[in-house]
Design a protein around this ligand. Structure first.
Ligand SMILES: [Zn+2]
Length: 64
């Protein structure tokens, strides 16, 4: 399954889009982006929850 995450969906005026296979790599990239570009320090748990809200299961995220 592919993660399709767009910062715009979360209310940011930002063109960041991630479209790649789901997994912890995606979680880290999103975390890094929020830290660098938006100065928001989300925990990995919070980002996993964002992906769960998009229809992914925690199991597929953690083993990816
Ligand atoms: Zn952004």
């Amino acid at each position: 399954m592919t993660a399709k995450i767009s910062c715009h969906d979360y209310g940011f005026d930002c063109s960041f889009v991630l479209n790649e296979p789901i997994g912890m790599g995606v979680v880290r990239k999103i975390k890094e982006h929020f830290e660098k570009e938006h100065e928001i320090d989300y925990s990995e748990e919070a980002i996993i929850q964002m992906l769960v809200n998009k229809g992914h299961s925690k199991e597929e995220i953690r083993k990816g």
